[in-house]
Design a protein around this ligand. Structure first.
Ligand code: ADP
Ligand code: MG
Ligand code: MG
Length: 366
């Protein structure tokens, strides 16, 4: 397994990462082998990894640990973090990876990541309510993170390909100290280019199925139906992410006290919890989401005569449209959230937001 590791893990080429850790020029983080990594207590468990709190050269970090049998997931996630120009305020920071040999001789793979003190967004929403500004800040940071992934970027000789996350949900979004969010868990993420897609770190002959991943509750109707348009992979995979993003925004908005007009806020609910409960089967999700075209409901209290609230509902609906091609792009979602933030502020101040006339991205003259 040592050789497997060496073959798959070339040294990190990223000086940014090394600069962040004050390494000497030419010294790579993997040269350290994360020798200075200290691991303390477990934070949470995900589908493939176990996440621990730790420290690296006196910096607090999160340490994601993968067993030997989850090497593919580790390798895919690491390859995504190591792509050029991936660094972004809303993408979890990556500090390096290493292999450890357990007492029983088996390998485990470690990844040192930015530590987010407020944990996963799902748990945060369960335990907290938000005001309008925080809701907007969270949604804006999430949309900009997805937008950054989706965007192909070139800077000098560096090229960042478009990336689809493929498992956007509130467990794979973390809450930072300032309550902005960062996207994590790139175990299923894919580099995409037109009709070609590149699952990172695996051979062509064990390419994971395009349609076979994600979290059931957040799966787009076309995924549940097995009807993803494979002719334009790049667009299709982005549209699938935007559908899930719509559910995430609904989830964040549902915890926003300003939307309940002083009435007590109901308890946290997962998307579709009211429709399918806590443990839906694939068939139940397919029936509700694909065939009946149901979506999570908006509470009655979210009044339509408030322009900002109406714009918020419209944005969510335009993310989870049944017709994948009619969905917003993640870039557009971010712009809309910024407008929603300003619409609310203008209303609080009792002024008409003239700056939007003619330039608003909302369709109905709002
Ligand atoms: P998996 O691939 O196994 O699903 P994730 O990367 O999604 O693993 O992490 C699982 C959980 O661990 C998250 O839902 C979150 O609760 C916690 N977690 C992950 N990374 C961090 C971090 N950097 N800071 C704090 N908590 C984290
Ligand atoms: Mg996860
Ligand atoms: Mg994962």
């Amino acid at each position: 397994s040592y050789f497997l590791y060496r073959r798959h893990l070339p040294p990190d080429p990223f000086t940014e990462v090394n600069e962040a850790l004050d390494l000497a020029e030419g010294q790579c983080i993997t040269d350290f082998g994360l020798d200075d990594l200290k691991i303390s207590n477990v934070l949470d468990r995900g589908r493939y990894g176990e996440v621990w709190k730790g420290s690296l050269n006196d910096r607090e970090v999160a340490v994601k640990k993968f067993g030997q049998h989850n090497f593919e997931s580790f390798s895919n996630e690491r390859d995504i973090y190591m792509l050029p120009l991936v660094e972004h305020a809303s993408i979890l920071k990556y500090f390096g990876s290493d292999e450890r040999i357990e007492e029983n001789g088996s390998s485990s793979f470690l990844m040192a990541l930015e530590y987010c003190p407020n944990g996963a967004l799902m748990a945060f929403l369960k335990n907290n309510s938000l005001d309008w500004a925080t809701m907007c800040k969270m949604c804006q940071s999430i949309a900009s993170g997805v937008g950054h992934l989706h965007n192909e970027l070139t800077k000098g000789d560096k090229v960042k390909p478009a990336i689809a996350h493929r498992d956007i949900n509130t467990r794979n979004i973390l809450v930072k100290a300032d309550l902005s969010c960062a996207i994590c868990d790139f175990g299923f993420a894919m580099k995409i280019q037109g009709s070609r897609f590149y699952p990172t770190g695996s051979d062509e002959n064990d390419t994971p199925s395009l349609e076979d991943v994600g979290t059931l509750r957040y799966m787009a109707p076309e995924v549940l139906e097995g009807a993803v348009n494979l002719r334009d992979c790049e667009a299709s995979l982005k549209q699938i992410d935007v559908y899930s993003l719509g559910l995430v925004i609904w989830e964040v908005a549902s915890r926003t006290t300003d939307l309940y007009q002083g009435l007590p806020m109901p308890e946290y609910q997962l998307p579709y919890q009211a429709e399918v409960g806590l443990n839906p089967t694939f068939d139940e999700m397919q029936l509700k989401v694909s065939l009946e075209k149901r979506r999570p409901a908006f509470p009655r209290m979210w009044t339509d005569n408030n322009q900002a609230v109406r714009a918020l509902k419209e944005t969510i609906e335009d993310c989870w449209d049944q017709d994948a091609e009619a969905r917003l792009t993640s870039l557009c979602v971010e712009e809309r959230v910024l407008e929603i933030m300003q619409l609310w502020e203008a209303r609080q101040k009792g002024v008409t937001p003239t700056i939007y006339s003619g330039t608003t991205s909302f369709g109905d003259g709002s």
